[in-house]
Design a protein around this ligand. Structure first.
Ligand SMILES: [Zn+2]
Length: 310
C-alpha cells in the first residue's frame, strides 16, 4: 500500500508543466500567434482562429486596417512594436478593449465569436485603443485627457482614412458631446471623474482645442500636429509625463498656447462652452437622425480642414 506523498506531488507538477508547454506549442501550431507588419510596425497577434465563425482572416484585416488608420493620423504608428491579444466571447460585435504600455505596447480586445465583417469594418474600439498608445501616461486625475483624445481622434482618424463619413462623426459629437458638459456640483475636468465628463468632456476639450488651433494658425495647424509632436517627443503611453509637459509640447509644435490656456480654464471650474453656437459656426446643422454640412458657415473651412487627410 502506498500513500501519495511529496515525491508523487512533485511528479504531478512536473507533468503539468510539460503538459502546459506542449499545449502552448500546439496553440502556436494551430495559429494562435502570428506576426504581421503594418508599415514599419511589427504587430504580434495572439488569436485562436478556430474560435471565430468567420475564421482569423477578417480579424487580421481589421487589426491591419485599424493600425493603418491610426498611423495615418499620427504620421506613423505610435509605437514600433505591438501585441494584440484577441479574446473570444459569446455573441457578435466588438465588446471592448484595453491598452497597456509596460514593458511593451499591448492591447487586449474582446470579440464576439460570431462577429461579422461589417461589424469589424465599422468598429471604433480598436482605433480608440491604438490612439491611447500615442499619449504619455499623465495619471488618473487626467484620465479625461487620454479618454477624450482617444474618443475624439477615433472619429477624425477614421474620416481621414475613408473608414467613416464626416457627417456621421459630427452627428455623433452633436448627440453625445452635450453629455460632457458640467452638471451641478461639477468641479472641473481634473476633479470630476464621471463617465460622461471623462469621455465626452475630454472629447469636448479636444474639439475646442482643434478649432482654436486651426483658427489661430489659419488652418496651417490643428490638434493633429500638436499630437504628432507629443508622441514624437515622448514615445507615447510608456512615458510618464506631467500633463503640463504634454500640453506645452503640443502648443510649441503649433505656435499657440491653446492647450495650456484651455486646461487652465477647464481643469478645476465647471465651464460650459456654447456648443450650439460652435456647431452653427462650423456649419453643422441637425437634420433628421444625421446632420447637414454647410460650406457657407463662418468656420466651415476649419471644419473641412480638421477632417482632411494630411
Ligand atoms: Zn479608452
Amino acid at each position: 500500500m502506498s500513500r501519495a506523498g511529496p515525491p508523487s506531488a512533485a511528479l504531478a507538477a512536473a507533468a503539468a508543466i510539460v503538459f502546459l508547454a506542449l499545449g502552448a506549442l500546439l496553440g502556436l501550431a494551430a495559429g494562435r500567434s502570428s506576426g504581421i507588419t503594418v508599415g514599419d510596425v511589427a504587430v504580434q497577434i495572439e488569436l485562436d482562429r478556430g474560435a471565430f465563425r468567420g475564421g482569423g482572416d477578417p480579424i487580421e484585416s481589421w487589426i491591419r486596417r485599424s493600425a493603418s488608420i491610426v498611423a495615418g493620423y499620427y504620421g506613423h504608428f505610435p509605437v514600433a512594436r505591438l501585441t494584440v491579444r484577441v479574446m473570444a466571447e459569446r455573441g457578435e460585435g466588438v465588446h471592448g478593449g484595453k491598452s497597456f504600455a509596460n514593458p511593451e505596447a499591448y492591447i487586449q480586445v474582446r470579440l464576439g465569436q460570431d462577429v461579422t465583417e461589417a461589424q469589424l469594418l465599422s468598429d471604433w474600439v480598436l482605433v480608440h485603443e491604438m490612439a491611447h498608445l500615442a499619449l504619455p501616461d499623465t495619471g488618473e486625475a487626467h484620465a479625461w485627457l487620454s479618454e477624450g483624445l482617444a474618443t475624439y481622434v477615433e472619429g477624425v482618424a477614421r474620416v481621414q482614412a475613408g473608414n467613416r463619413s464626416e457627417a456621421d462623426v459630427w452627428a455623433e459629437e452633436m448627440r453625445q458631446m452635450p453629455r460632457g458638459l458640467p452638471e451641478s456640483g461639477d468641479r472641473g475636468l481634473d476633479r470630476t471623474h464621471t463617465w460622461a465628463r471623462t469621455y465626452w468632456g475630454g472629447a469636448m476639450f479636444c474639439l475646442l482645442a482643434d478649432v482654436d488651433i486651426h483658427r489661430q494658425s489659419h488652418n496651417r495647424f490643428g490638434l493633429q500636429d500638436a499630437l504628432r509632436a507629443i508622441v514624437r517627443d515622448s514615445g507615447g503611453l510608456a512615458a510618464d509625463w506631467p500633463i503640463e509637459r504634454v500640453l506645452l509640447t503640443g502648443d510649441h509644435a503649433v505656435g499657440t498656447t491653446t492647450l495650456e490656456d484651455l486646461y487652465a480654464r477647464l481643469k478645476d471650474s465647471p465651464v460650459t462652452p456654447d456648443l450650439m453656437g460652435l456647431w452653427r459656426e462650423l456649419g453643422i446643422e441637425s437634420e433628421d437622425s444625421s446632420v447637414r454640412l454647410s460650406d457657407s458657415a463662418p468656420l466651415a473651412d476649419v471644419r473641412r480642414a480638421i477632417m482632411r487627410a494630411r
